[in-house]
Design a protein around this ligand. Sequence first.
Ligand code: FAD
Length: 382
Amino acid sequence: MQRTIMGEDHELFRASVKEFFAREVIPHHDGWEDAGLVPRELFTKAGAAGLIGMQIPEAFGGGGVDDFRFNAIVGEEAAAAGVASAGLSITLHNDICLPYFLDFTSDEQKQRWLPGIASGELITAVAMTEPGAGSDLAGIATTAVRDGDHYVVNGSKTFITNGINADLVVTAVKTDPSQRHAGVSLLVIERDMEGFERGRNLKKIGLKAQDTAELSFTDVRVPVENLLGEEGQGFRILTSNLAQERLSIAITGVAAARAAISWTLDYVGERTAFGTPVGSFQNTKFELAECDAQVTVAQEFVDRCVVDLNAGTLAVADAARAKLVCTRLQNDVIDRCLQLFGGYGYMLEYPIAKAFADARISTIYGGTSEVMKLIIAKDLGL
Ligand SMILES: Cc1cc2nc3c(=O)[nH]c(=O)nc-3n(C[C@H](O)[C@H](O)[C@H](O)COP(=O)(O)OP(=O)(O)OC[C@H]3O[C@@H](n4cnc5c(N)ncnc54)[C@H](O)[C@@H]3O)c2cc1C
């Protein structure tokens, strides 16, 4: 089925993204996996190539185009190239962090941060999760106590994507610990602020070139000018951005499943068993046919969500539906495809093996599948 949401501009952009990944990422990705993070230059090179900050107004150095289809293409091409870690570094910056800086900043904050975000010189992260609170965001324990023109921040965060590389960390804090949701505020904590330390770059089963880190804050004095929105609005702001975050993860999920099918089609055409290509067995045909049918249908729903997001009408529950179904599909399709590779599918030199490990997180981060079901159930009136 022909996708209908992409126009000529998008396909031209896709070609340049594909070329960027082939030139700047694929040859280096194994080394970045060994190092446990991507180099900071990935961001500046991506910025120079127009892969970052497409929505940022031109006056601040961005692309000036408010169209999430361009964001989708970056995530899709990273999945197709088998470089999910590098892809996540960029999509987190573009799809997940940027909306905070575009939609909840004053003019002064925009002047201060947007040019660096657009060029890739300022790398962003969002820090909600803590050792003691993930799904239950209102249960965070990091505090920010007002002291004159500053907040004094104490606490710790964990599992923070881009955590080692980040210059600007959108940090969920409690400005009123006596409240749950109404006590949450968002502060931008900057790289060199005294008392802000990086902990471990955590070892993971997949996404190995992605820095997922612990952060700690000890009496960090954060100027009040670094508050996003108003005090106590943090939960509302986070919730308003989560639909886009979840759609971004769903888009990547469908693209990763599609890539797995394509690698498998190549493999089963070449590999022989019992004197015949593996692709000639009825089981192989049925497995790939079923995977393809499911991915084709999922793509349509995700594309519709992109259209809704562009129109400003994407419902939180629809983004949850997309994430729930597409991330499960991603894991299922990659697992079934890996099976068709036999033992080679377990070897990390094959992209299918890395995709298998990279995929596992997708049903957990950005809100777990169980949390997605709670949102959908609420939408059903339950
Ligand atoms: C690689 C990676 C990158 C990440 N990046 C970031 C990041 O950049 N920023 C950030 O802030 N966080 C990030 N996270 C954290 C991620 O969002 C959380 O791990 C996730 O939200 C789940 O929280 P938790 O780990 O505390 O699990 P818990 O909340 O402790 O959940 C444990 C289990 O209980 C289930 N559960 C919880 N509540 C309910 C309920 N009410 N009903 C039914 N089941 C429930 C969950 O679904 C899960 O199965 C990242 C995590 C990883 C692993």
